[in-house]
Ligand binder design. Structure first.
Ligand code: 5GP
Length: 191
């Protein structure tokens, strides 16, 4: 999506360790008019799939997922990161290794909000090593819900998550595909 690529080139910053900072419009200050245009792309891509629930993970996916849910006319559920040791039977739980924080989180969703009848679209801001999406896929599987696919704003194609998850059969619609990021701050995109 040209618009998102141009915004990344204008306002994104390459950081050490293959991190792209987009705090000006996505991860801290949020450009909701841009979000609506991203949501429209996902809505077009998944229009025939009868999505009735959007699932994301806190925190940075929530804003995008809310605007996407408006386009689909359905609720958003976000997987919560938890420190609670004694997780009871009322939740589905899985483990996710955070790319940006370098630690493993337990994430949960309440069973009452993720149902076998749900047709779920995953939404997240970034796809890097794929741990966040994989965790969300696991929660959908545990619930016996139907996984329609995933809408991602920025996929970093030089990290292995996208290729691995597509090979497993997950449909992923990424709106900007970063092919490379240079030490000089340069960014190139894959088609
Ligand atoms: P993954 O689990 O695919 O390795 O990483 C996905 C999560 O890590 C996203 O939800 C996002 O919050 C964060 N993330 C991964 N790479 C980047 C990046 O380059 N920039 C930012 N801002 N977040 C990232």
């Amino acid at each position: 999506m040209r618009l998102l690529e141009e915004r990344i080139l204008r306002d994104g910053h390459v950081r050490a360790g293959g991190v792209l900072k987009v705090d000006g419009f996505l991860n801290h200050q949020m450009d909701v008019a841009l979000f609506a245009q991203l949501a429209e792309q996902w809505h077009e891509a998944f229009a025939a799939d009868n999505v009735n629930k959007i699932l994301t993970i806190e925190a940075s996916g929530i804003g995008l997922a809310c605007i996407a849910a408006q386009a689909f006319g359905c609720p958003v559920l976000f997987a919560k990161k938890t420190k609670t040791k004694n997780i009871d039977g009322s939740v589905y739980t899985t483990k996710v290794e955070s790319f940006t924080h370098g630690r493993v989180y337990d994430v949960i969703v309440a069973k009452e909000y993720l149902l076998p009848t749900d047709r779920v679209l995953l939404i997240d801001d970034f796809l890097a090593n794929g741990a966040a999406l994989e965790g969300l896929c696991d929660l959908v599987r545990q619930a016996g819900a139907t996984l329609v696919g995933a809408g991602i704003a920025v996929e970093k194609c030089f990290q292995p998550g996208g290729a691995r998850l597509r090979a497993q059969g997950l449909r992923i619609e990424s709106l900007a595909k970063v092919a490379s990021m240079g030490d000089d701050g340069s960014i190139s995109f894959a088609p």
